[in-house]
Design a protein around this ligand. Structure first.
Ligand SMILES: Nc1ncnc2c1ncn2[C@@H]1O[C@H](COP(=O)(O)OP(=O)(O)O)[C@@H](O)[C@H]1O
Ligand SMILES: [Mg+2]
Length: 289
C-alpha cells in the first residue's frame, strides 16, 4: 500500500480532510508511509498530534485503531489476554469426556479463547489501518518494552500460538506530550516529528476551516490575542483546541470583534487557571483589573 505519493500529496490529502499540515508534518507523514516506519509525534497538548493520526486515516480511507495509554496500562489491555472464564467453562465441560489434559490444554489456547487488544488487532488487520498509540508518555516505562516487537518487526508473539506477523503493515503513530522521556529503544525505531503551535497564518486558516460563519477579521483578532497569550509564562498556554473553542464561542455570541468587554466575559474559554487569567490581565492589560 502506498499511503501518500509525496509530501505534497500528503499535504493535499490531509488538508482535504480538514487537517492543515505544515511542511515538516507533511514530509514526515509521507516518509512514515513510504518507509513503513512508526512515527513518534511530540509536542505540547492541543497542537494536533492525535488529530494527525485521525486525519491520516480519514484521508486514506484506512481504519483507525487507537490504544489510549494511561498509568497502569498492561499487556492484557494493550496486546491480548486469554478469556479465562470461557477457558474454565470449557475445562469443566470436558471433564465428563475422556480428553487428556494435554488435549484440553491444546483446545483452550486457541483463537476461540483469545481476546485481542489494539496492538494485536492492528497487526492482524488485512485492510489498511492506522494504529494510534496515544499519549505513550503516560504509561510506565515497562510498557515500552511491549511496544518494541510491534514497532520494529510488526509482529506479536503469543507463547501458546506462536508469532503473528502483519501481512499488511499498519501506519503507526505514537504521540507524547513529553511529560516523561521515552526510552532510546523506542525512539530509535521511529521517525520523529515535533509539532508546535502553528504560525498565525495556519492557525487563521484552521479557524476559518473549522468555524462556519466566522469573519476574517475576528479570526485574525483571535489568533493575535492567542499568540500574545502563548508568549506569557502560563501554567497552561492556549492550544489550537482553545482558539477553535474561542472562535465558536464568539460566533455563537454574535460578536464581530474582540473588544475588552468580550474578552472579559469569555477569557475562561481560553485560559483554565485563575492564576493564568490574572497574569494575562496584568501583563497584557487585556481588561481592567
Ligand atoms: N493542523 C491542524 N489542522 C486542523 N485542525 C487542527 C490542527 N491541529 C490541531 N487541530 C485542532 O485542534 C484540536 C486538538 O488537537 P489534538 O490532536 O487533540 O491535540 P493533541 O496534540 O493534544 O493530540 C483538534 O481537534 C483539531 O480540531
Ligand atoms: Mg492528543
Amino acid at each position: 500500500m502506498t499511503w501518500f505519493d509525496s509530501a505534497a500529496d500528503a499535504e493535499k490529502k490531509l488538508s482535504g480532510s480538514g487537517y492543515l499540515a505544515d511542511q515538516a508534518t507533511a514530509t514526515t507523514t509521507y516518509l512514515a508511509g513510504a518507509l513503513e516506519k512508526p512515527l513518534l509525534v511530540e509536542g505540547p497538548a492541543g497542537v494536533g498530534k492525535t488529530e494527525l493520526a485521525k486525519a491520516i486515516a480519514r484521508s486514506t480511507g484506512a481504519e483507525l485503531i487507537r490504544l489510549q495509554c494511561y498509568e497502569g496500562l498492561d499487556e492484557a489491555r494493550a496486546l491480548y489476554e486469554w478469556n479465562y472464564k470461557k477457558q474454565l467453562l470449557r475445562i469443566q465441560a470436558s471433564q465428563g469426556d475422556d480428553q487428556t489434559w494435554s488435549e484440553t490444554h491444546d483446545d483452550i489456547f486457541t483463537e476461540e479463547f483469545l481476546l485481542s487488544r489494539p496492538l494485536l488487532t492492528a497487526i492482524r488487520k488485512e485492510t489498511s489501518t492506522v494504529l494510534l498509540i496515544d499519549e505513550v508518555d503516560k504509561t510506565d516505562v515497562e510498557v515500552e518494552g511491549l511496544l518494541l516487537e510491534v514497532l520494529s518487526d510488526f509482529q506479536v508473539t503469543i507463547p501458546e500460538l506462536g508469532t503473528i506477523t502483519a501481512t499488511r503493515r499498519p501506519m503507526v503513530l505514537l504521540t507524547s506530550n513529553a511529560t516523561r522521556e521515552l526510552s532510546e529503544a523506542v525512539r530509535r525505531r521511529c521517525l520523529y516529528l515535533h509539532i508546535d503551535y502553528p504560525d498565525a497564518e495556519r492557525e487563521h486558516a484552521i479557524l476559518v476551516g473549522q468555524v462556519p460563519g466566522i469573519e476574517e477579521k475576528l479570526a485574525r483578532e483571535i489568533v493575535d490575542t492567542v499568540t500574545r497569550l502563548r508568549a506569557l509564562e502560563l501554567r497552561k498556554a492556549p492550544s489550537i483546541a482553545e482558539s477553535v473553542d474561542w472562535a465558536r464561542t464568539l460566533v455563537a455570541l454574535g460578536t464581530g470583534t474582540l473588544d475588552q468587554a468580550t474578552i472579559d466575559a469569555t477569557l475562561g474559554v481560553v485560559l483554565k487557571h485563575s492564576s493564568d487569567i490574572d497574569r494575562a490581565v496584568r501583563e497584557l492589560k487585556l481588561r481592567q483589573a
